[in-house]
Design a protein around this ligand. Structure first.
Ligand SMILES: NC(=O)c1ccc[n+]([C@@H]2O[C@H](COP(=O)([O-])OP(=O)(O)OC[C@H]3O[C@@H](n4cnc5c(N)ncnc54)[C@H](O)[C@@H]3O)[C@@H](O)[C@H]2O)c1
Length: 339
C-alpha cells in the first residue's frame, strides 16, 4: 500500500517511521513547502520529494496520504486527496473550527475515501489500558477524571503554533489530545467552564477546562506550554472511581541512563498504579510499543478491509472541535458554555 506524507515538519518523522515499520505499507513520497528540508527528509526516508501537493498526488498516485501540515491547511489538503480518491489519515486537531470539520467530512464522504483523524493518544499504551479498564467497569462509577499535559516551548515547535489565529498555543494545539480522550473514555459533552491565561504570545498557554459530560461525569483537562526549559514533556491521568483510584504518569526523557562506556541518554518514565477497593495498591505493567505504528497499522487494515475506522470517527472529531470552540468561548467570556 503506497503512502505519501503531506507536510514534513515535527510530526512527520513519527508517521514516516510507522509507515516503514508496518506490514504491507511503503512510503513513496513526502511534500513540504521548503525545498531543502523536504529533500533532506526524503533522502533520510528513501523516498521521493515534492514541494507541491497536487503534483505529488498526480505523479505518485498513492493509495493513502498522512496529512501533517499546519492545522489551518487540513481542509485544503483533505479535499485535494479526497477528489483523487486517496484515503486520508489526518493529524489532530482535525480543523480549527466546527465548520471546517464539516468541510473535511463532506469531502471525505464525497470522495468515498477511508478517513480517520490521527488521535494517537487513543492508541497510546497507558491510555489504551485505561480505556479497557473503564470498559470493563474496573474503576466502578467515575466520580472525577483529571487529564494533564504540560511542556516547555522548545525551539522545535513552529511559529504558527504560537499564533493565536493559526495554532492557538496550548489551548488550540495540545488540549485537543485530552479533550478527544475524554470524549472517547467518558462520552459526549454537556458543558464547560474554562480558566485560561494568555502569555506574551497572545495564546491561552495555560488552561484548565472543567467539563461536565452528558452522563453526569465531571472531568478536568489541564494543559500548559509554559514549563521552564528542561522540564520533560509530561502527561498524566487520574481517576477517582467508586471501585478504584487510578494514576498514570508519563514523562518524556525525564531520566538519564549512563551506559557502560560512560555515555548518557535520556529515557522516558512511565508508571501506572491502581488502588482497588478493599485490595490496596498495585502497579499496573504497561506494555511499551510505538503508538504511531499501532495507529498506522489500524488505518492500513481498515483500507485493506474497505471499512471506515471505528477507533476515531468524523462525528467524534466534530464534537471534539465543537468542545474546543466552547472552551475558547468560555475562557473569553468567563462563563459556562453549554454544547
Ligand atoms: N500527534 C501529535 O502528537 C502531534 C505533534 C505535533 C504536531 N501535531 C499536528 O501535526 C500537524 C503538523 O504539525 P508540525 O508540528 O509537524 O508542523 P510543522 O510546522 O513542524 O510542519 C509542517 C509542515 O507542513 C509543510 N507545509 C506548510 N504549508 C504547506 C503547503 N501549503 N503545502 C505543503 N506542505 C506545507 C511545511 O513545509 C512543514 O514541512 C498539526 O496539525 C499539529 O497539530 C501532532
Amino acid at each position: 500500500m503506497k503512502f505519501v506524507i503531506i507536510g514534513c515538519g515535527l510530526i512527520a518523522g513519527s508517521h514516516a517511521n510507522a509507515i516503514r515499520s508496518c506490514n504491507g505499507t511503503e512510503l513513496a513520497a513526502v511534500c513540504g513547502r521548503r525545498k531543502e528540508p523536504v529533500f533532506k527528509f526524503a533522502k533520510e526516508q528513501g523516498c521521493e520529494a515534492y514541494t507541491n501537493v497536487e503534483t505529488m498526488l498526480d505523479e505518485i498516485r498513492p493509495d493513502a496520504a498522512v496529512i501533517c501540515t499546519p492545522t489551518y491547511l487540513h481542509p485544503e489538503h483533505v479535499e485535494q486527496c479526497a477528489k483523487r480518491n486517496i484515503h486520508v489519515l489526518c493529524e489532530k486537531p482535525l480543523a480549527k473550527t466546527p465548520s471546517e470539520c464539516r468541510r473535511i467530512s463532506d469531502a471525505a464522504e464525497k470522495g468515498r475515501i477511508i478517513f480517520m483523524t490521527a488521535q494517537v493518544v487513543r492508541f497510546w499504551a497507558g491510555y489504551a489500558e485505561i480505556k479497557s479498564m473503564l470498559q470493563k467497569g474496573q474503576a466502578g462509577e467515575i466520580h472525577m477524571m483529571h487529564l494533564r499535559r504540560v511542556s516547555h516551548r522548545s525551539g522545535e515547535y513552529s511559529q504558527w503554533i504560537f499564533d493565536p489565529l493559526l495554532g492557538g498555543g496550548a489551548m488550540g494545539d495540545m488540549l485537543v489530545h485530552d479533550v478527544d480522550y475524554l470524549r472517547y473514555a467518558i462520552g459526549p459533552f454537556q458543558s464547560v467552564y474554562a480558566h485560561a491565561v494568555k502569555d506574551e504570545t497572545g495564546c491561552y498557554n495555560n488552561v484548565m477546562a472543567n467539563i461536565v459530560h452528558k452522563n453526569g461525569v465531571h472531568s478536568l483537562a489541564e494543559v500548559s506550554f509554559t514549563q521552564q526549559t528542561g522540564y520533560p514533556f509530561s502527561f498524566s491521568v487520574d481517576i477517582a472511581g467508586s471501585e478504584a483510584t487510578v494514576e498514570y504518569q508519563y514523562a518524556s526523557g525525564a531520566s538519564t541512563l549512563v551506559n557502560h562506556s560512560g555515555g548518557t541518554c535520556a529515557v522516558s518514565t512511565c508508571n501506572m498504579s491502581i488502588w482497588k477497593r478493599g485490595e490496596g495498591f498495585q502497579t499496573v505493567p504497561i506494555q511499551q510499543y510505538d503508538a504511531y505504528e499501532r495507529q498506522l497499522q489500524y488505518f492500513a487494515d481498515c483500507i485493506k478491509k474497505g471499512c471506515q475506522p471505528e477507533a476515531v470517527t468524523p462525528k467524534e472529531s466534530y464534537e471534539v472541535i465543537c468542545m474546543m470552540d466552547a472552551i475558547r468561548r468560555s475562557a473569553d467570556s468567563n462563563e459556562v458554555v453549554y454544547l
